[in-house]
Each structure stands twice: as C-alpha cells, then as structure tokens.
Design a protein around this ligand. Sequence first.
Ligand code: ADP
Ligand code: MG
Length: 442
Amino acid sequence: MELEAAEGDTLKLSVATRFLKSWIQSHYAERLMACLQAEFASVSRIEITVRSGVLRTMPPKTKLAEQTATVREPKSTGIEVRTPAAPISAAHEALGGSPLDPRLTFDTFVVGRSNSLAHAAAKQVAQARRGDSVMFNPLYVHAGVGLGKTHLLQSLAWAGNASAERKVLYLTAERFMYGFVAALRAQNALAFKDALRTIDVLVIDDLQFLQGKSTQVEFCHTLNALIDAGRQVVIASDRPPSELESLDERVRSRLAGGLVVEMGALGEDIRLEILKTRVAAAKHYHPGFDVPPPVLAFIAKTVTHNGRDLEGALNRLLAHSQLTSQPITLEMAEREVRDLIRPQEPKRIRIEEIQRMVARQYNVSRADLLSSRRTANVVRPRQVAMYLAKTLTLRSLPEIGRRFGGRDHTTVLHAVRKIENLVHSDTALAEEIELLKRQLQD
Ligand code: ADP
Ligand code: MG
C-alpha cells in the first residue's frame, strides 16, 4: 500500500490492483484502522484507491487512432516520476501482457559496476530494429531479489515499444502460465501460441516461477520457435539457467546458450544515486519533501540489502514527514529504518563457484572434480567441495551428486560425513575449509 494523502480525518491509500483493494477492505479494514488510530488519533476514515500501472494507447495510424489514450498517471506516493510518453503497443494488451510500471524506465535506472553489462545488453535489445540480426539470444539476466531485474526488463519493454515498429511483450512467468492455462481452458491454445509467435521481443520476468509440465513444454516450444525465427527473447530469474532445477535439461541449455549476465549487489554509490533520483521524483508530488544529504548518505550506507528496502526506507521518511509535518533528521531516519538495517545477508553461493575455488586451492582442475578419477589427490578435494556444497548452499544431496558428474546421493552423503569427522581431528584441513568458506562468502 502506498500513502496518497492525509486529508482531515481521512487517510488515502492506494494499492496496485482491484483484487488487493477488495481483499484489504474485507480482511484488514479494522486492523488497519486500529493501527492507524494508535499512531494518529485523528484518522477516522480510510480510503483505498487502485493505482493504474497499465497504460493504454492505440498504435498510431490505425482506425482507432482518434480514440483518446487513457494514460492515467498514478498519483500515489511521491516515489515516482512522470509517465514517459511511450506508447505501449496494443499487442501488449491483446496478448495479456503484464502491466508495466511507468516509473521503471531506463531514465530512472541507475547504472554502476554491478549492472552495467546487463544494462548495456538490455539497451541494445531495446534499440534494435526489426530485421537487425539478433546478437545474443536469449538475453538472460539473473540476480538476487530487489537488485533491479524487473526494473531493467520493464525499461526494455517501454523503450522497445516506444517506436511502435516492434512488438515487445513483457510477461511474468506467472502471467505466461496463466495465459496458457486460460487459453487451454477456452480451447484456443493455438491462437495463444500463434499470437505469442507474432511478437518481436518476448520478455519473461521471474522465470523461476514457471511451473507445471504442460506450461514448461509450451514455454520450451515458444522459446525455440522465437529463437529459431530470429526473434529476441529476454529472461530474468533469480538464478542462473543451470540452477533452474525444475526445467528440462534441454531448456536450460537453450537458455544458457545466449548471453547470461549476473547483476550483483548494488554498491553504495548506486544506492545513493537511486535515493537521490527517488527523492527528486517524490518532490514532484510532494514539494515539501526534503531529505538532507547526511540522511541520504546514512541510508545509502546502512540499508544495503536491495533496492526494495531503499524504496521502503524512503517511503517511511515520506510518510513520516507527511503525517507529522516534522523535518527529516538523522535521528528520525535512524529510528524509522532501524529494522531495514540488517547484518550482511549471507551471499548466494553457487556450486560451480565452490568447485572452481576448491580446484584452484588444491591445484586440480574442475573437470578432475567432476570426473570419475579416484586418485587421492582428487578424492579429497572432491569431498571437500561436496561438503562445502552441502553446507553453503540449499541444494539437496541428489542435486549435488548430479552436479558432481552425476554421482549418487549416497556418495555425497559419505563425503559430507567424512569431512565433518575429519575437521575435528585435522586442524590443517579445518583451517583450509575455513579459508575456503571465507573466500566463497566474500
Ligand atoms: P528485482 O526484480 O530484481 O527483484 P526490482 O527491479 O523490482 O528488483 O527492484 C527493486 C527496487 O529497486 C525497485 O524499486 C527498483 O526501481 C529499484 N532498483 C533496483 N536497481 C535499480 C537501479 N539500478 N536503478 C534504480 N532503481 C533500482
Ligand atoms: Mg522482479
């Protein structure tokens, strides 16, 4: 929910969908009121409105061109910027594309070391013209939560659709599943498939959520058909293709066959830049909103986790300053964002990384670790690597076995136990493992 305004005894909130509105009204109205009244005794009414993220415009020069575009600008929190005047193609709608957030454009995307490659690739895709040869297909971007995947993909969709020359369709994996299932039910799956195959750029967000055998088969067909036809496919996920365990091996390798880019954690400079951009955008709607530089620096320094927490931190400052009309101070900021300051979350470690690091440490090759060789100089490193894979990742024993050259899960279990026992007696080994862990987590 976002705070729209506080007017007299009425507090105006907005949500993203009608469903959320009615859900909150029917399930949480009283609790919400109670919470609000505890903080602000004067509030006696809550008004919830639906923000519109979907912009409707007709493509130029069609019979429908005179129909006025109903571009509604969301007037929700201040944390947003003006709607870009990009027309979003009717195809996007006809195909049931997921709503695009007008705030998520290249203009508001801050580029830094961790995301410059992904950004450059996305820009390239967005600017390509119909008939240009496709440079990397699919473009596959992966990153942890809140690191800007959706922002980047939506920017691409906005920019790509701006020219009306090409059709860019942005779909969440959930929407893709839903669209397909609905089409099956209505017995026009064929039409759905054909429609999908008419687009120039298919953008799929959060691929890790793609589930169900038949949707996966369908996804695979769509992917192949588009790529083979020279159409661009862009994908975002929270993990690399090799770790999309529920997907078929062939799909994974197809996904890995284009350009795979990881976006890393947002550095402090990017965080500060994001905050500045957002404050500037917020001022547009709330001219009185002012965040002193030391407060921005403090948030950029301490709220390190991801972009969503940065947004949350600013929303709180905004809400606070609106509701209490007090200036924002460092002390107030410290209090407001305390719970967003988390100790450094453990880094997501990948099995490949473990294998690479261990191989380097013991001077063997990664291929040796995966091979069936059983000489002492590879057996021990292999066991160490399996042990680290088990303790530093959430992968299951069978999965780890599979990633170590297709070994059985009992072999992995044996290795894990073996090392667990050894570290108690062998201090040199214990130290080596400690060092490896530290290097991996760094
Ligand atoms: P993801 O899809 O990777 O989980 P999002 O794209 O939803 O992450 O980003 C979370 C929030 O952080 C959004 O509000 C987004 O605008 C912001 N954000 C992340 N990266 C950037 C960036 N490089 N520049 C500007 N805003 C960013
Ligand atoms: Mg996302």
